[in-house]
Design a protein around this ligand. Structure first.
Ligand SMILES: [Zn+2]
Length: 188
């Protein structure tokens, strides 16, 4: 997508009252973390081949040359912001991203809560077998495990055969149950 198009989608999401992006930013501010107006940066990432990224130093990066649809912009922005939130709530120094299980937990939460694994996105990727329908819960959980594993595999400390998949399997139940900062409505 063009840089201006990605910036437009991002601006709209950020201004949407009660959007998940807003809820997440609000939770970070309440926890005392700095999230200035230039916290999101839209840039071409070329050879990196990633749709987005997050670091404590740079905040959230969206790679407009790799992003292909508006819903992918929204879910990627939220995915990366959830990493920022997890880092923020871990307190001074943030999370130990070098630890495979810690990293796996963050990726599980980001995949589960960002919309990365919404049915629409899985169909668009061609990952849903329409001829062999399975429950939505299965599609979602499989997608979360698959995408979290792919991300953890990029961690230099989690390179051995099956190491990333095992880290994800070890934490997936606990980390999918942690829906912060999105809490269910009272009595809901
Ligand atoms: Zn991630």
């Amino acid at each position: 997508m063009e840089q201006a198009a990605v910036e437009g989608v991002l601006k709209q999401c950020l201004s949407e009252e009660g959007s998940k992006l807003q809820q997440c930013l609000e939770a970070m501010k309440q926890a005392g973390c700095k999230v200035g107006p230039d916290y999101f940066k839209v840039m071409p990432c070329g050879a990196l081949r990633a749709v987005g990224g997050y670091s404590q130093q740079q905040g959230v990066i969206l790679c407009h040359d790799q992003l292909q649809t508006p819903s992918q912009v929204t879910s990627t922005a939220l995915h990366e912001l959830l990493h920022a939130y997890d880092d923020c709530r871990a307190g001074a120094g943030g999370l130990d991203w070098a630890d495979c299980q810690t990293h796996a937990c963050a990726e599980v939460r980001a995949a589960a809560l960002s919309g990365d694994c919404d049915l629409q996105q899985e169909i668009w990727r061609g990952k849903v077998e329409v001829t062999r329908p399975s429950s939505w819960f299965d599609v979602h959980a499989k997608c979360v495990a698959r995408r979290a594993t792919l991300s953890v595999q990029l961690n230099p400390n989690c390179q051995g055969e099956g190491v990333a998949a095992k880290a994800v399997a070890d934490v997936i139940a606990r980390c999918m149950a942690d829906r912060a900062p999105f809490v269910p409505p009272p009595n809901g």
